[in-house]
Design a protein around this ligand. Structure first.
Ligand code: FRU
Length: 491
């Protein structure tokens, strides 16, 4: 067993810092019902699982500042995936193999204990963070809160740099599997597949994905069975170029379905984007005890200006989304537990829902859900949709035949579009949470997730140069469980 002293000291220091500084966070744009750090920086969700009687979510975490730094694992637990309780920091860099970060990974219950499998990141030259070594490492906990490190279990051959983000699962025969990303000696992305009987000794089995469209590395692969015969591979490929309306984000998160024979994955489609908004990356999924497959992601994006840096927090996780597959397409809709957030409900009459070159105020609440349907063939407005202050326009555009989510904040202006059929009715479900909007289109056929930065939360429906009907327009005020979510207790 590794000496745990350095790790325990690093954790105690991080926990103490959080307890002393959490009150300094300026919450003007802090999420009401999404999980964010009590202080500091979040990126990828890690270790998403149901274990020891609860849901656990961990996340890439720099607790000392609202910017990326040597990665720790933050931790929260929940019984319903909506109301999260902050827990003590689970992992901190402390050993030679993870001295520069406990990078992304996953979690699994085994023999009544919670195991974390993560990437240890070691930088050789303090002046050049691009010369590093990565290994897959294990930590274990008896109570699901306090973790001991067990050391590195999978190491790369000499000369390999990118080698990270293990996603572990157990098959029906009790054999453990893991997939993770690698950049091979020709700078081509690969996803490797290993198996193990005990989580400690791993054997290489196969490469389940090779290079596609110039991906030099596949970050955060996730691989799971979604229906009787279909598996899904979700990953965040690095190095692919923008293409029309696709892949416009600085970092793109994609998936594909296919068949898996235990060794080889045969995809039905190319990789396509999971979410079509601006700020969504590094998905991770888990199975619930009742058999649903739930996905969560980082609600942010690399290379953004991170405008709330001075508020002492940056980054959040998306709402958990339930996945399904129909006619070869992967659907994602907000988990049904999200309905428990609903407080007051406002239904708009048919007359109130038809706008003709006009605007209707819907809410000034920064924790809001909105649902409605529309049929482009029945509307003649040039543009119609929902606006939030000076920050967001979500609209149907007669000229391009797109549904567009436009962040109009002048310091981060940018839009994403999805072509939609103008011959049929469409349905939108929209969650607005202080500084983010998540839009689910046609029962989760598509989703668009974007952050915004303005403080004006006046929400309007509008139609420009013509008429549009917002059918069954309903607005809900939502509960705010995460705004003041309880902190862990002082040890
Ligand atoms: C993805 C990622 C992972 C890595 C982690 C580091 O956003 O770059 O590949 O493990 O973030 O924080």
């Amino acid at each position: 067993m590794l000496d745990q002293t350095k790790h325990q000291e690093a954790l105690a220091k991080a926990n103490q810092f959080i307890l002393e500084h959490a009150h300094e966070v300026n919450k003007r744009s802090y999420p009401h019902f999404h999980l964010a750090a009590p202080y500091g920086w979040i990126n990828d969700p890690n270790g998403f699982c149901y274990a020891l009687g609860k849901y656990h979510i961990f996340y890439q975490f720099y607790p000392y500042d609202a910017k990326w730094g040597p990665m720790h694992w933050g931790h929260a637990t929940s019984t319903d995936l909506i109301h999260w309780e902050h827990q003590e920091v689970a992992l901190a860099p402390s050993e030679d193999y993870d001295k520069d970060g406990c990078f992304s990974g996953s979690a699994i219950e085994h023999d009544g204990k919670l195991y974390l499998m993560y990437t240890g990141h070691h930088v050789f030259d303090p002046n050049n963070d691009q010369v590093f070594r990565e290994v897959q490492a294990i930590a274990v906990s008896e109570d699901g809160i306090h973790f001991k490190k067990l050391g590195a279990v999978i190491e790369p051959e000499e000369g390999i740099i990118h080698f990270r983000d293990p996603k572990v699962w157990k098959d029906e025969d009790g054999l453990f599997h893991v997939v993770f990303g690698k950049s091979n000696k020709n700078d081509e992305g690969e996803i490797l597949h290993y198996t193990s009987k005990d989580l400690m000794k791993w054997d290489f089995v196969s490469i389940i994905k090779t290079i596609e469209d110039n991906a030099f590395m596949y970050e955060c692969p996730d691989f799971f069975k979604l229906s009787e015969d279909k598996w899904v591979l979700a990953t965040s490929p690095m190095g692919q170029s923008p293409d029309g309306y696709d892949r416009q984000n600085p970092a793109v998160n994609s998936w594909q379905s296919g068949t898996f024979d235990g060794k080889n994955f045969t995809p039905d489609t190319k990789l396509y984007e999971v979410d079509r908004g601006n700020d969504f990356y590094a998905t991770q999924s888990t199975a619930t005890p009742d058999g649903r497959r739930i996905l969560i992601a980082w609600l942010n994006m690399w290379k953004l200006p991170f405008l709330n840096y001075q508020d002492h927090w940056v980054g959040a996780l998306t709402l958990p989304r339930e996945l399904s597959i129909k006619d070869g397409h992967i659907y994602q809709k907000p988990i049904r537990e999200a309905a428990s957030l609903r407080l007051a409900k406002y239904e708009f009459s048919k007359q109130e829902c038809t706008l003709n070159s006009s605007v209707r105020a819907l809410s000034t609440n920064s924790a809001t859900e909105i649902t409605f349907s529309f049929n482009p063939s029945e509307n003649n407005a040039e543009q119609y949709g929902i606006a939030i202050g000076h920050s967001i326009r979500l609209f149907v555009d007669r000229q391009t035949k797109n549904l567009t989510l436009f962040r109009t904040d002048l310091n981060a202006t940018s839009y994403r579009s999805i072509p939609i059929s103008f011959d049929k009715e469409h349905k939108l479900q929209i969650f607005i949470d202080n500084s983010s909007i998540e839009v689910f289109i046609d029962d989760g056929h598509d989703a668009m997730t974007t952050n915004f930065f303005g403080q004006d939360h006046s929400i309007f429906a509008y139609a420009t140069n013509g008429a549009a009907t917002f059918k069954d327009l309903t607005v809900y005020d939502l509960e705010r469980p995460m705004f003041n979510a309880p902190l862990f207790k002082k040890a």
